[in-house]
Design a protein around this ligand. Structure first.
Ligand SMILES: Cc1cc2nc3c(=O)[nH]c(=O)nc-3n(C[C@H](O)[C@H](O)[C@H](O)COP(=O)(O)OP(=O)(O)OC[C@H]3O[C@@H](n4cnc5c(N)ncnc54)[C@H](O)[C@@H]3O)c2cc1C
Length: 431
């Protein structure tokens, strides 16, 4: 059984600024189809997998329950950066230093892959470079500087510079942060145009897309049969790119991820002068809190400001007022700025916040649980699954070796337990 999609209305600033239109339109699946690979999910993971499979010569059918980019990929903050949703120490503890280095290098590759795909397929998604990890508290200053030193020492990663005072104000025009790490290899883009651009490239490479075609059951076997309400795809391989929306479709995977909602507002266009009093160099920024805030400017100079979580899909009470207050506190010049859009989306998190890649029955591949850090990684995950289908699974297996445990508490208690844990970290963020 597929899960029910929360946030039914996909209205967002991104939907109103779409530049990529799918031609021909992606009609719902009707009747029987045969494919080499059936991809489930039309986000970055699914579209990248489909594209890379088609480039290898596979016949690919993609099933998307709603419309392409309906999930996190079409709603996200659009921030692109190396690394995972967990810290590198977690990866080291699980896999050892050498494997952790491979994971880190692949996370950098994921960022380069994003840039290559944008360039090769001329995707109009406003990709721009420069990223700030901002300290909010003195303890963050210590932690970020330790991170910078460790990455240079153990990983040879030199793309981080420490900024404070005037040097920092040249990047972000506020006194709110005692310091920040500037990351040259990070940046941002329009996530929905990027996702649709990948889909369009895949379509041109021969992939068939069906929207409004939720997979409701997978009959596992060789070949597998993926059923929708009005049709069925028989395929030698199945690739799952359903992330937070997996539901009960594959029972073994249920419980390995938890859905959490995250929220974004987009202001009115600020104009060149006001935008320069926010992010003069057009960097993206996230702060160092556990429940973090993040922001960037869109191409038409709106402030796209994200943060806040909920676990029941209901918007937290007073969300708009809190977002307004945060924006005004950081940037007094924006006090009273009009908010034109507000939307939410689903993130899939794992217990250790490392992504969860794997295979079942030798012909069903999945990549999920990016824990809020999937914009670049999902593209690489799709490529690695295409490689694995083609028999080159060494790099996929580096990620797949990461151990994952289900959330404690079973179906009934895992959400309340996570809420409690998050409340603890939120409190800690205030200290
Ligand atoms: C508000 C928000 C902000 C974020 N900001 C950032 C950020 O700034 N940087 C970053 O790195 N990450 C960010 N993320 C996370 C990032 O967007 C995700 O990790 C990434 O987009 C996951 O891509 P995906 O393709 O795996 O999943 P999704 O984009 O969620 O796509 C899954 C798709 O599968 C479809 N689907 C599900 N079930 C079925 C089914 N049974 N049949 C057919 N189709 C199905 C869904 O409709 C959906 O379209 C953010 C997420 C959210 C929600």
């Amino acid at each position: 059984m597929a899960t029910v999609a929360r946030f039914d209305n996909p209205a967002s600033y991104y939907r109103d600024s779409v530049l990529v239109r799918m031609e021909p339109p992606c009609l719902p699946l009707q009747g029987e189809q045969r494919a080499d690979v059936c991809v489930i999910g039309g986000g970055i993971t699914g579209c990248s997998a489909a594209l890379h499979l088609a480039l290898r010569g596979y016949r690919v059918v993609v099933l998307e329950a709603r419309e392409l980019g309906f999930g996190a990929s079409g709603r996200s903050g659009g921030q692109i950066l190396p690394g995972l949703g967990t810290d590198i120490a977690t990866v080291e503890r699980a896999l050892g230093r050498d494997r952790a280095r491979e994971v880190w290098e692949m996370s950098r590759e994921a960022v380069r892959l994003t840039a290559e795909l944008v360039e090769r397929h001329a995707i109009p998604c406003d990709l721009s470079w420069g990223y700030l990890h901002a300290a909010v508290k003195p303890r963050h200053v210590r932690e970020l500087r330790e991170f910078q030193a460790r990455m240079a020492r153990d990983y040879g990663y030199e793309a981080l510079d420490w900024l404070e005072g005037e040097a920092l104000r040249e990047h972000v025009a506020t006194d709110a942060y005692p310091g920040a790490l500037f990351e040259r290899e990070g940046g941002h883009l329009h996530p929905l145009n990027y996702t649709l651009g990948l889909a369009q490239a895949a379509c041109q490479a021969g992939v068939t897309f069906h929207e409004q075609s939720a997979a409701v059951a997978i009959e596992r076997g060789q070949p597998a049969r993926v059923r929708t309400r009005d049709g069925c795809v028989t395929a030698d391989f199945v690739v799952l790119g359903t992330n937070a929306y997996l539901g009960g479709l594959v029972p073994e995977l249920e419980g390995r991820i938890m859905r959490a909602a995250n929220y974004i507002v987009a202001t009115e266009p600020l104009g060149a002068e006001r935008a320069a009093r926010v992010l003069p160099r057009n960097d993206a920024l996230s702060d160092a809190n556990f429940v973090l805030d993040y922001y960037r400017l869109s191409a038409d100079r709106r402030l796209i400001y994200g943060g806040e979580v909920s676990y029941d899909g209901r918007e937290p009470r007073g969300l708009q007022q809190r977002m307004d207050a945060k924006i005004a506190w950081l940037f007094p010049a924006l006090k009273g700025v009009r908010i034109d859009y507000r939307w939410g989306g689903e993130v899939a998190i794992t217990l250790n916040r490392a992504p969860d890649f794997g295979r079942l029955d030798n012909n069903l591949y999945y990549a999920q649980g990016y824990s809020g850090h999937g914009m670049a990684l999902a593209g690489l995950a799709g490529k690695l699954m295409a490689d694995a289908v083609a028999g080159q699974s060494e790099r996929f297996d580096v990620f797949a070796a990461m151990p994952h445990r289900p959330f404690p508490g079973g179906r009934r208690l895992r959400t309340p337990l996570l809420v409690l844990a998050t409340m603890f970290y939120k409190l800690r963020d205030r200290l």
